[in-house]
Design a protein around this ligand. Structure first.
Ligand code: GLN
Length: 244
């Protein structure tokens, strides 16, 4: 079976508010589309997996961002090269911020990012918390949950992911949420994002399949014919949670 390699960045430190659900959705939908998902993870100091086809990453507290920062800068060049090769990526909240130029905390301390996305983030005293509804030409209505102190501003090279109709998204000034550059998506939305927004999951999968095999996505096999191995998924989620 054709393999698609899904790499989750920093699951130990950057994985909150259910972000691991994004990994599970990619794994299951790849199977439903007839591909064999190879699930990979990368934590600070580990060997960087070869030839990832999709990269995803989650949110984290400022302290988690501190813990991964030096390592992220170390693999920055490799990630830039993958982004330029049009490898699809989805980075949520804390990693969205660090895929930008920097996150300046409320105390004025800069956590340097890798600048794959042309965005800058400034911590404020007001945490933006709550449900978000946003409209995207490409993905339709996008929904999720936000909880962040950082407010993100887009530069000229990044396009907003969606226009916010409920909640805040990137910041309190511009009514937009997330960013896109190459095939790299950044978003503030947890919840997790992909179970609620399968169109975004399918964007990541179809882009990867097109890149790797030069083919279009086929039909999604009926979920009913392929029940979720709930016990296995629950066990895996528990392991990830307890290793944090
Ligand atoms: N620590 C960052 C902030 O508060 C990111 C938070 C998150 O990932 N939910 O803005």
């Amino acid at each position: 079976m054709k393999q698609i390699r899904v790499l989750q960045l920093y699951p130990r430190d950057m994985n909150i508010y259910g972000d691991y659900g994004n990994t599970l959705v990619l794994q299951r939908r790849l199977q439903w589309y007839g591909y064999e998902p190879v699930m990979l993870s990368y934590n600070p100091g580990e060997e960087f997996p070869t030839d990832p086809d999709i990269l995803i990453g989650g949110g984290g507290q400022d302290s988690g961002q501190d813990r991964i920062q030096a390592d992220l800068l170390g693999i920055g060049e490799r990630l830039h090269a993958l982004a330029e090769q049009q490898v699809p990526m989805l980075m949520i909240c804390g990693l969205y911020q660090l895929f930008g130029h920097f996150f300046e905390t409320r105390a004025g301390r800069r956590i340097q990012g890798i600048g794959i996305l042309d965005v800058e983030t400034y911590g404020t005293d007001k945490r933006l918390i709550g449900n978000v509804v946003a409209e995207s030409d490409e993905f339709g209505t996008v929904i999720g949950y936000e909880n962040h102190s950082g407010q993100t501003y887009l530069g000229d090279d990044a396009a907003p992911l969606a226009a916010v109709t409920t909640g805040e998204g990137n910041n309190q000034r511009d009514a937009h949420e997330g960013a896109r550059q190459h095939n790299v998506l950044g978003s503030y939305l947890h919840g997790s994002l992909l179970p609620k927004n399968p169109a975004i999951a399918d964007f990541l999968i179809s882009t990867a399949v097109q890149q790797k095999f030069g083919e279009q996505l086929g039909e999604l096999a009926s979920p009913a014919s392929s029940p979720l191995p709930l016990q296995a998924l629950t066990e895996r989620a528990r392991q990830t949670a307890s290793s944090r």
